[in-house]
Ligand binder design. Structure first.
Ligand code: DX5
Ligand code: ZN
Length: 224
């Protein structure tokens, strides 16, 4: 079944768990945590201490999206802080195969991320190593940007490669997912949908989360 992953980037950091608790009560099982270093992307967010605090407060799986240079230096700290899933950008990894192995060795599930300008073919030699592939549908750095439609072509290419090669990785998308496009995104083959501003910048984020989940589930059933 599809999952909506609220991105805490759009939550109120001063009241972080208070913002997340109603979502968990509404059935949210996965939270997306955006880590930015001010070098790989032009913004700075949070580090392992916040992940550790969230880990203590929340039951949800923590999906930690590293938008940082030299991710190998910080993967052990994020794993120890309680990250369940850790994804790294193809564009940030000189030794991508080694980095994926490091994430697994540290006890987290590894994923690899592609920026909008990076082709799917660059992952051909690592697809069998990852638990999930994250397609960026905005240029990373900020919440609240507009969905880049070409991301869905990349999703379709991944679905085809997964079938042809009989692989198991999950397909995730991040950026500009809203109530309006969640069905289209699901129908393209996405299983995990990150949503930041579309969830948190509404009057009732828990209700919006449930509505997005309902639309995604309905889109899968129509397809089946
Ligand atoms: C962007 C981040 C996203 C962001 C998505 O660099 O990786 O996770 O929070 O925000 P929305 O859903 O508002 O586009
Ligand atoms: Zn993200």
């Amino acid at each position: 079944m599809p999952e909506i992953l609220p991105s805490i980037l759009s939550a109120d950091f001063a009241r972080l768990y208070d913002s997340v608790a109603p979502l968990e009560a509404a059935g949210c099982r996965m939270l997306h945590v955006d880590v930015m270093d001010g070098h790989f992307v032009p913004n700075i967010t949070i580090g392992p201490p916040v992940v550790a605090s969230l880990r203590k407060a929340s039951q949800a799986l923590l999906d930690v999206h590293l938008m940082i240079e030299n991710p190998d230096l910080y993967i052990p700290a994020f794993a120890k802080a309680g990250a369940d899933l850790i994804s790294v950008h193809q564009e940030a990894c000189v030794h991508l195969d080694r980095t994926i192995q490091l994430i697994r060795a540290e006890g987290a599930r590894p994923g690899v991320v592609l920026n909008p300008g990076t082709p799917v073919s660059t992952l051909d030699d690592v697809l069998h190593l990852v638990d999930f592939v994250l397609i960026m549908s905005v240029n990373p750095g900020f919440g609240g940007q507009k969905f880049i439609p070409n991301a869905l072509n990349k999703v379709r290419q991944l679905v085809q490669k997964r079938t042809e090669r009989q692989l198991q990785f999950v397909i995730e998308i991040d950026g500009g997912v809203t109530l309006e496009n969640v069905e289209t995104v699901t129908k393209a083959g996405v299983e995990w949908m990150v949503a930041g501003s579309a969830v948190f910048n509404t009057v009732n984020p828990a209700h919006t989360f449930q509505e997005m989940t309902r639309l995604a589930n309905a889109a899968v059933q129509i397809q089946a």
